[in-house]
Design a protein around this ligand. Structure first.
Ligand code: B12
Ligand code: SF4
Ligand code: SF4
Length: 343
């Protein structure tokens, strides 16, 4: 099986791009260390504990030599389903359906089944997101795209609204024909300018602790007060710095104004009510198998309170009041109430 046949396995599973590169020491280690040194990881402690494996992967997997990289577009969610409980809430596109940690991994696993048949002696390891690997760097090196000023990998014809998945292998394959893409950001600064919480320190450097995606998905506690207004109506994740990107707008019909608008539909109000009235068990039962499972409990209630405050959903005032003495969310409820009362 040659490289083109391997590429065809990826394309047949719905990946839009394929590339490969050697598994080698990171070229981005200086930037990574300086990022950690500035504590831009917030409470994501695994960014520190994963450091050595990420920067020197062969110390972690001595027998693995090659990375096979695929990108998977999610603008129309590849695994959406009708029973998804939050139909109108503002949720990052990648999260509006089944969790890619499951469906993308399944696709990679099914490719490995074929590869293993062709190369029974070799080892394969499927990776997406949670394994310590500099995924954007390997995608860049294998020609999937350039590193945008918003830190996302962008392909000139595919934009950046795709996920990355890799197969690490002991197999040695020649490097993909394509060289890394040149930087096509030019003088544009739209992503840096739009970010509602000013999370970019400079182009290609994100203070993750200020990013709405971090706040609404990863952060365990209440948001710093000065960032709450910026969260707007984002209930889980954020797409704004990609929605405004001309390389995505060129391909998809995207509207950042809609993502910044604070109007709420009746259905959205009912969804916010559902979040605040449901038990942990009910939330987990309904959100199981979706990325929102990560927040199904006080994180999602915290996010809902912030959305209610920002969108001034007065019809949910009594529910907000019922959280004023909550052991973890009291401060956020107090803040939301103030927004509702127009203070
Ligand atoms: C931690 C993490 C986050 C954090 C931090 C994001 C970040 N930008 O670092 C948070 C929670 C905020 C986050 C948010 C999102 N994430 Co995320 N995340 C990750 C994760 C697990 C690790 C990334 C990481 O190591 N960050 C640390 C920083 C320091 O590394 P970096 O982004 O690679 O940045 C380096 C370069 O900027 C480099 N650099 C290189 N050249 C140069 C040149 C100059 C001049 C400078 C200054 C720097 C520089 O310096 C940095 C240090 O290495 C990866 C999966 C993985 N294992 O890689 C997914 C991943 C990066 N996320 C992904 C996605 C989809 C998202 C979201 C779009 C989800 C959403 N809609 O809410 C947002 C996008 C926000 C954004 N603008 O980045 C995708 C990216 C796909 C793509 N097309 O690029 C990944 C690859 C997951 C996947 N398998 O698909 N994420
Ligand atoms: S995802 Fe949202 S909050 Fe995070 S950097 Fe992009 S625009 Fe800013
Ligand atoms: S919005 Fe502009 S600067 Fe930002 S990633 Fe896209 S092209 Fe680059």
């Amino acid at each position: 099986m040659d490289l083109t046949s391997i590429e065809n396995l990826f394309l047949a599973k719905g990946f839009s791009q394929f590339g490969s590169c050697r598994l080698q020491k990171s070229d981005w280690s200086e930037a990574y260390d300086s990022w950690l040194h500035s504590n831009y990881q917030g409470d994501m402690n695994y960014m520190k504990s994963h450091r050595n494996a990420k920067l020197n992967p062969q110390s972690h997997w001595p027998d693995l030599k090659t990375v096979l990289v695929g990108s998977y577009v999610y603008v129309d969610h590849p695994e959406s389903f009708d029973e998804f409980p939050l139909q109108e809430s503002q949720i990052a596109r990648y999260a509006r359906g089944r969790d890619y940690h499951h469906w993308l991994k399944e696709k990679l696993n099914s490719i490995v089944v074929e590869l293993q048949k062709a190369f029974p002696e070799e080892h394969f390891l499927c990776v997406t997101d949670s394994t310590p690997l500099m995924e954007r760097e390997v995608a860049y090196r294998s020609g999937i795209g350039w590193l945008g000023k918003n830190t996302c990998i962008i392909h000139p014809k595919q934009g950046s609204l795709f996920l990355l998945g890799e197969i690490l292998t002991s197999l040695e394959v020649p490097k993909t024909q394509s060289e890394p893409h040149p930087d096509h950001c030019g003088t544009c600064t739209r992503c840096l300018d739009v970010c509602p919480t000013n999370a970019f320190v400079e182009p290609r450097v994100l203070d993750a602790s200020k990013c709405i995606s971090y706040l609404t998905i990863e952060s365990p506690g209440e948001f710093p007060e000065e960032l709450r207004t910026g969260v707007g109506k984002w209930l889980f994740g954020c797409d704004l710095c990609q929605t405004v990107c001309p390389w995505n707008k060129k391909i998809y019909d995207l509207d950042e104004k809609q993502e910044m608008n604070l109007d709420v539909s009746k259905q959205e109000v009912e969804e916010l009510r559902w979040i605040l009235e449901s038990s942990n068990r009910e939330l987990q039962k309904s959100l199981r198998g979706t990325p929102l499972m990560r927040a199904a409990g006080n994180k999602l209630r915290r996010n809902a309170l912030v959305v209610i405050g920002n969108a001034k959903v007065k019809s949910l005032r009594e529910l907000v009041v019922s959280y004023l003495n909550h052991h973890k969310l009291g401060d956020t409820a107090q803040w939301a109430l103030k927004q509702l009362e127009g203070e």
